[in-house]
Unconditional design. Structure first.
Length: 449
């Protein structure tokens, strides 16, 4: 009986633990509820947030903004240039909160709507939002544009324009001099895959892209779900469909991560306190969601990091009379990289230091003997976009199978940025007499990677 009680208690404890770990999706209130209206495109930038409201079918869409005072969001206000004759959806605030990018069918002149949604911007100056300015013709099209977001000089948006990878696809365009923009380029897979993809957004640290897509593992078309992909340099990792209860049988769209990194906010047509088929705003803990996704959320960058650590040591391999592979090392070095070398000389530790440029130049010298570097042990610690690595590396001359000439103990720091993982610093030291390095992961001569 006692064993049964113990087993039952254990099951209950495990059940409670699993329940506590479940993702909690909760509604976001932006003001007085009106079951005949839908809300979407909520974005928070510190003490300021914007969102859109509309009737069914995204008709009569308008943008509202709110300020947070003493921790409380004030009543939403319509933008000063709002006009019931025109539709103004899909707002996005720049990182400094001073540029509002959005869509509108307001005319360039006269009073007749454009007939499609084009890209506009307004700027915060002298305590007010400026009159909307239509963006350069290069980013517009006769079709509808959707979900614009600006990050510095780069603009992301979706479009139904012809010639794209899908019916609705996500594009990027860079600002040029004189208010012009570069020709839009469709993002590659896994972002654009399937018939429709839109509402591309980046997490505050730029490491993750989120968007909605109607791609399906079957041939049946479905409502949009939210997806996440890790961003590593100019590339993206595999698309990960977010789990329930974030995604639902309804339509999830307009994802946005709050500037403090605490919440993923999105719109959904799931049943709620509103008319069927209309969307309302929801949020889920962003840290909890990343924890739920587990290692797969960082798998793409982790693979690149492991590869580049191995490339670092492969750089130094060279045939007799040859040179180290400086071209392999060059893209691994951060522009501010620094290298320190330590060796025993005259019963003291002798230190030398090189900038990345100086170190590359030093590698340009031919080596009389063939050099074989063999990493036999690696310990990696990572926090987000920063990693520390401890490595034990054996150096052999003339033959990769002979005894090691000496063993190096190395520490390095790596940074994940626009060029992927790059080496910030390397400190290498030769093994000291009578002080063997930590136990090796591999046997002597059994190289990692």
């Amino acid at each position: 009986m006692q064993n049964r009680l113990l087993a039952t208690s254990l099951l209950l404890a495990l059940s409670a633990s699993a329940h506590a770990a479940e993702l909690l999706v909760e509604p976001v209130q932006t003001g007085p509820a009106d079951p005949s209206l839908q809300s979407y495109n909520l974005q928070e930038q510190r003490e300021l947030r914007v969102f859109a409201r509309s009737a069914a079918g995204f008709k009569k869409s308008a943008i509202f903004w709110q300020r947070r005072v003493d921790g409380l969001w004030q009543a939403p206000q319509a933008l000063p240039f709002a006009d019931p004759r025109w539709r103004d959806p899909d707002p996005h605030l720049s990182g400094d909160g001073k540029t509002l990018t959005f869509l509108s069918d307001r005319p360039l002149d006269g009073e007749k709507p454009l007939g499609q949604l084009d890209l506009f911007e307004s700027r915060w100056a002298d305590g007010q939002w400026s009159a909307p300015q239509r963006l350069a013709e290069a980013v517009q099209s006769p079709a509808y544009e959707l979900g614009p977001e600006r990050y510095g000089e780069r603009l992301y948006f979706a479009s139904y324009r012809k010639g794209g990878p899908g019916e609705l696809a996500i594009y990027q365009s860079d600002s040029l001099a004189g208010g012009e923009h570069s020709a839009p380029l469709a993002l590659p897979a896994p972002i654009n895959l399937g018939p429709s993809n839109s509402d591309f957004t980046l997490s505050p640290d730029g490491r993750y892209a989120l968007w909605w897509s109607d791609r399906s593992e079957s041939k049946a078309r479905q409502d949009g779900d939210l997806f996440l992909a890790e961003r590593v340099g100019a590339e993206f990792g595999p698309a990960i469909r977010l789990p329930a209860p974030v995604n639902s049988p309804g339509f999830e769209f307009t994802p946005s991560v709050s500037s403090d990194g605490q919440w993923l906010i999105f719109a959904s047509t799931r049943p709620g306190q509103h008319a069927a088929g209309l969307s309302q705003l929801y949020r889920v803990s962003w840290p909890a969601l990343l924890a739920e996704l587990g290692p797969q959320a960082e798998a793409h960058s982790q693979a690149q990091l492991q590869q580049r650590i191995g490339d670092l040591w492969r750089t130094f391999n060279s045939p007799a009379g040859g040179k180290a592979n400086a071209e392999l090392l060059r893209p691994l070095l951060h522009p501010q990289a620094r290298v320190w070398g330590q060796r025993l000389k005259d019963a003291s530790l002798d230190m030398r230091s090189w900038s990345g440029t100086e170190f590359l130049a030093a590698l340009n010298e031919a080596t009389p003997k063939a050099v074989f570097e063999c990493e036999v042990h690696r310990e990696l610690r990572r926090y987000g976009a920063h990693a520390q690595v401890y490595s034990v590396v054996e150096t052999r001359y003339n033959s990769a199978d002979g005894p090691a000439a000496f063993t190096g103990v190395n520490s390095s720091q790596w940074q994940l940025g626009p060029q992927g993982w790059q080496l910030l610093s390397l400190h290498y030291a030769l093994e000291l007499p009578g002080q063997a390095p930590a136990p090796r992961t591999r046997r002597n001569g059994d190289c990692m990677g």
